[in-house]
Ligand binder design. Structure first.
Ligand code: FA5
Ligand code: MG
Length: 456
């Protein structure tokens, strides 16, 4: 399949990322807009909400055990991002439609788990927290952006150094030292499927597996408890101290999940504004990962959390594009918070500018030279993320939302037609009609030129 890069950078040659040169090849697909964000490092910018959120999460894990790593470069090898974690060769996450490649062997990390094998092998501590920018080709809406930030955490115990080699006992002792929380955990132990999420019986006793999972769950429950009690007290303070309303208890639940590098695996969901929201993925680390990292006698857990998603809850930030804003009306609202968390309060949105919806309808490219059943060919040629990138490339942060509103397959020819609705809206000012029309015209032209669609 062909994935069209909308980048203006040549596909063979070199590209500079954070001051280092990399050779590119036909796999290169990083648009300049995304390249230009590799240096922003919002998680390290004092008083930026992503950085404040990082600090709050870090504060839950004792520094004596959990070492922090906040400066890892976003350029990693496909080995680090996928192979070392046991991703199968045909995993969809590896596709150029989903991942930004520098060249065949080098990419912008799609998750902080890319550093797991390295840190497990480095043996610098029994626990770690990594915060970093991660990159994914994805849809356009208020909760998706091609760059976001994750924090990865992990904790290991060494059979050779715990008393009597009894890991289960050592883990439970550590667990007893963790503070209690008053949270209501629904589904503390959801059933899981032994075929997808086996206990690693070849390597772990049932007692060990259970102890590690219990420590993992309590540690992460403590983390969300801390985050949401801060969010609630900030909201209450902003609403005026007197009218203290009866606060509803925080509801959280564990749900079975699947990751190639943990088993069993879970997601933690929090009930927020009427809906269950996924905040993190985690699990008992696959022993193969630790064995390959040269530390076979260690057993442990890992988790990965989205910092923007948490920051949006903490500060009630309505649109993920705001994190990238350099507008003082955004940045000034968080000044001083990092040094004094008591100042934390919900973000007050500045006036909302009008939305401008424009539709584009097109037929997908006809079947390639061989002809035949065009329905099949169309299905395989089309990657929605390519359209998303065309829109982002032309409209930048003015693209608020792009969604498929109609889909149609011609009964005779089998050709497929799609209609997308694009919402153009600046966070900072009102757009003129002329401007929006011009942008939309350029989007339409690029869709024809780069993706070969036929406008209806
Ligand atoms: C992962 O990325 C795994 N590496 C997490 C993990 C680590 C599992 C260690 C097990 C052990 P996932 O793609 O679900 O999983 O992302 C993890 C979290 O990142 C999500 O729960 C969510 O909070 C956040 N996240 C994922 N995609 C986005 C996105 N497009 N925008 C904002 N946040 C996102
Ligand atoms: Mg997930």
């Amino acid at each position: 399949t062909t994935t069209t890069s909308t980048s203006t950078t040549p596909t063979s040659g070199t590209v500079e990322i954070n001051g280092k040169q990399y050779a590119t090849d036909a796999w290169f697909n990083i648009p300049s807009t995304v390249l230009s964000l590799t240096g922003r490092k919002l998680h390290l910018q004092k008083d930026h909400p992503v950085s404040i959120t990082r600090q709050i999460v870090e504060s839950v894990f004792p520094k004596s055990t959990y070492r922090t790593y906040n400066h890892f470069d976003p350029v990693v090898s496909t080995h680090e991002n996928f192979d070392s974690l046991g991703f199968p060769p045909d995993h969809p996450g590896r596709a150029r439609s989903d991942t930004y490649y520098v060249n065949r062997d080098t990419l912008l990390r799609t998750h902080t788990s890319a550093h797991e094998a390295h840190l497990f092998g480095a043996r610098e501590s029994d626990g770690y927290l990594i915060s970093a920018d991660v990159y994914r080709r994805d849809e356009v809406d208020r909760s998706h952006y091609p760059v976001f930030h994750q924090m990865e955490g992990a904790r290991v115990w060494n059979r050779q150094t715990v008393p009597g080699g009894d890991v289960a006992r050592a883990v439970y002792e550590d667990l007893r030292r963790l503070p209690e929380h008053g949270m209501q955990v629904e589904d503390p132990n959801p059933p899981f499927h032994a075929d997808r999420n086996p206990l690693q019986e070849k390597y772990h006793t049932p007692e060990e597996a259970e102890a590690v999972a219990a420590h993992l769950k309590r540690s992460l429950e403590l983390m969300v408890c801390e985050i949401f009690s801060r969010a609630k007290s900030a909201a209450a303070a902003a609403a005026g101290g007197e009218q203290q309303q009866e606060q509803e208890p925080l509801r959280v639940r564990w749900v079975e999940a699947y990751f190639p590098f943990t088993s069993p695996s879970w997601e933690l969901e929090v009930f927020y504004q009427g809906d269950w929201l996924e905040v993190l993925g985690c699990g008992v680390s696959k022993q193969e990962l630790l064995i390959n990292a040269g530390v076979p006698s260690r057993i442990g857990w890992a988790f990965g959390i989205g910092l923007e998603r948490i920051a949006m809850l903490l500060f009630q930030i309505p649109d993920i594009r705001l994190f990238w804003s350099r507008d003082e009306r955004f940045l000034s609202q968080f000044r001083g918070v990092q040094d004094n968390l008591a100042l934390l309060k919900p973000f007050v949105p500045f006036s909302k500018h009008p939305a401008c919806y424009k539709d584009v309808s097109f037929w997908l490219r006809a079947a390639s030279a061989a002809g035949g059943n065009s329905r099949r060919a169309n299905v395989h040629d089309w990657h929605e993320n390519d359209l998303m990138e065309v829109v982002r490339d032309v409209a930048g942060d003015v693209a608020e939302d792009v969604r498929l509103v109609d889909e149609f397959t011609h009964p005779k020819t089998g050709r497929r037609s799609l209609c997308y609705r694009i919402n153009y809206r600046s966070l900072e000012r009102t757009l003129t009609n002329l401007e929006t029309n011009d942008m939309h015209e350029r989007v339409v032209k690029e869709l024809v030129d780069k993706l070969g669609v036929e406008i209806r």
